[in-house]
Design a protein around this ligand. Structure first.
Ligand code: FEO
Length: 174
């Protein structure tokens, strides 16, 4: 059973993951508009991965006998100063999400809800990966120089990313 405090914190974080998905989808649309199809595809996959993160929270809340409460999702930005700025914002956003996850871990320990602490460990590891990936794309984009041939090469490389639905997210029968 979840305490009211933990249930509220998990629902808030569920909303934060949905916002992440929404933010990256908005970035995908920005790149699509600029005909940077590889970057748009990379962002769509990033958005799907955030939906997977969100769904892990949804499932965990239900598994613990809690109640999933959907909240309003903030409108993400739709314009950025440059392609490079977008990836800088991805890195900043992931650092922000890491801070949210760390606060959640601290709260779960304070409340002695160790099942939640255990559940959150996956996200602690995932955030290390998320920040490393975002930083790597940002650094590559910086080297490419934000425009001209370099960006088209990076864009093509970003288009190679593939999405794999984790087995625990698979829909039975499909
Ligand atoms: Fe769900 Fe990219 O953190």
């Amino acid at each position: 059973m979840l305490s009211d405090k933990i249930q509220k914190a998990l629902n808030d974080h569920y909303n934060a993951e949905l916002y992440s998905s929404y933010l990256y989808l908005s970035m995908a649309a920005y790149f699509g508009d600029k005909n940077l199809t590889g970057s748009a595809s990379w962002m769509k996959i990033q958005s799907l991965e955030e939906m997977v993160h969100a769904t892990k929270f949804y499932n965990f809340i239900e598994e613990r006998g809690g109640r999933v409460i959907l909240q309003q999702i903030d409108q993400p930005p739709s314009e950025w100063a440059s392609t490079l700025t977008v990836f800088q914002e991805v890195l900043k956003h992931e650092q922000h999400v890491t801070a949210l996850v760390n606060d959640l871990v601290a709260l779960s320990m304070e409340e002695k809800d160790f099942a939640t602490t255990n559940f959150l460990q996956w996200f602690v590891g995932e955030q290390v990966e998320e920040e490393a990936t975002a930083d790597s794309v940002y650094q590559t984009m910086k080297l490419a120089g934000d425009q001209g041939n370099g960006i088209f090469l990076v864009d093509r490389e970003l288009g190679q990313r593939v999405f794999t639905l984790p087995p625990d997210m698979a829909i039975p029968g499909l």
